[in-house]
Structures are given as C-alpha cells and as structure tokens.
Design a protein around this ligand. Structure first.
Ligand code: APR
Length: 228
C-alpha cells in the first residue's frame, strides 16, 4: 500500500472547537503563550503553567473529532496512513487513526520532572502541584515547551522520507523543526496543502493547494486521490 503521510497542526482541530495558536494571537489570558509553555515559565510560576494546561485538557474532554479527522481514518482503507501531528490533543486517536506520532507531546499525559522516562496517562483533566511520580518528583505536562528539543523529529523525518503522498493540514509552518519536515519529501512525491488561508511552502515541491477547512478539505483530497 502506498504510504500517505499527513502533517497536521492546530487547524486540524479548529472545527472541533479548539482554538489555533495564531487565532489566540499567541496569548492566553494576558500571558504570552511562549512564556507559559516554556521551562522559564515553569520555573517562574509552575501553578500558572499547570492551570494553562488544565484548562486546555478540560476543554479537550468537551470536544470530539471532526469530519477531517474521520476522513483521515477513511483513507486507511486505501493507503498506509502515517500521521505526524504538532497537536497535543488526542482527537486523531479518538477518531480511530492507527498510526500517530506526536511531535509536541500529549496533553493527556504527564511526565516526571526528575526522570523523563516516567510518563503517566492522566485520568482526569487536572494535574496539580503535589501530584508526584513514583520517585517523588512533581509531574509536569508531557508536552514539548518552546526552547525544548523535539525528540520525535528524527523519527518523523524518516517517515516523511518514505512518503508516497505528503499532505499538510492546518499548520502555518511557523514552528521548527516541524516546519522543516517538508524538506524530507522525496523528489516527485505529490504534496497537498489543506488550509483556508495561504501557507507559504518552502522549496520548489509541486504543491496542490486545497483552500478549505480540514473537514471539507479532506473530503476533496479523497476525491482528488480517487481520480489520480
Ligand atoms: N481547517 C484547516 N486549517 C485551518 C482551520 C481549519 N478549520 N482554521 C485555521 N486553519 C489554519 C490556519 O490558516 C493556519 O495556517 O491552521 C493553521 C494554524 O496555524 P497555527 O495557529 O500556527 O498552528 P500550528 O501551525 O499548529 O502551530 C505550530 O506552534 O504554537 C506552537 O507548539 C505549538 O504545535 C504548535 C506549533
């Protein structure tokens, strides 16, 4: 089966009601997201960082996958679909996608601050001061903060380098190293971009733009692939 690799961003979850980063204008309440979602933010005001993620986790429990997520599951009938997402939500999982790589971590997981190998599923929406790992250290969101390494980037580049079709959905390609994955698409592999807004794509890969929101865009992608 041909490998269909999909890079998704916040726009993938927009129709599920989750705001994109750029829509938030990079702000949460009065705080700069780049400050809150960072090691310095954690060092300065850990309870504020925990509250930021608790509110997003709580909102996530009230949302569900949209038709865009479901369309990617449908594509698994004809392709080996590999999803690489910048999103920390679990909507691809809940839609039923079978192969997902989270570049920026997962909102519904917590990690030990003393041993990053200790990762726990969060049953409830709340992660509090005093919630400790088995070694007695404070738990933090298992999310990649600004300024931190992206451990899964090599694996993601590997996946993109064997793609037969590459699809970009709902990302402004503003943040590296995720945005750099486009450079690993093999020569001649068709690239589709699904986004209601213009997204500048670096390099000279021939790109087919589907100027739609994710739900309608994936529907049109399925039709376009049927006619290939
Ligand atoms: N369907 C598809 N795309 C949409 C929709 C929609 N309904 N609504 C908005 N978009 C597009 C926007 O046009 C934009 O190109 O989704 C993209 C969202 O871009 P960003 O808000 O920059 O989100 P993203 O690219 O995922 O951000 C990357 O930056 O903030 C950090 O770590 C965070 O993972 C995040 C990373």
């Amino acid at each position: 089966m041909k490998k269909l690799v999909v890079l998704t961003g916040a726009g993938m979850s927009a129709e599920s009601g989750l705001k994109t980063f750029r829509e938030m204008g990079g702000l949460w309440e009065t705080h700069d997201v780049y400050e809150v979602a960072s090691p310095t933010g954690w060092a300065r005001d850990r309870s504020m960082v925990l509250r930021f993620y608790n509110e997003r986790r709580k909102q996530l429990l009230e949302t569900s996958p949209n038709t865009g997520h479901m369309g990617l599951v449908e594509l698994e009938k004809k392709y080996e679909v590999r999803i690489i997402t910048q999103n920390v939500d679990d909507l691809h999982e809940r839609a039923g996608s079978s192969n997902i790589l989270h570049l920026h971590g997962e909102l519904r997981k917590a990690r030990s601050t003393s041993d990053p190998g200790l990762i726990y599923d969060l049953e409830s929406w709340e992660l509090k001061e005093g919630d400790l790992c088995e070694k007695g250290s404070q738990l933090r969101p298992d999310v990649v903060w600004f300024g931190e390494a992206v451990p899964a980037i090599e694996e993601a580049a590997e996946i993109v380098s064997i793609a037969g079709i590459f699809v970009i959905i709902g990302t402004s390609l503003n943040v590296y190293p995720a945005a750099g994955l486009i450079n690993y698409v093999p020569e001649g592999v068709p690239v589709f971009v699904i986004d209601p807004n213009e997204v500048p794509i670096p390099g000279n890969s021939q790109v087919k733009v589907i100027p739609e929101k994710a739900g309608m865009g994936v529907r049109k992608l399925i039709e376009a692939l049927e006619n290939e």
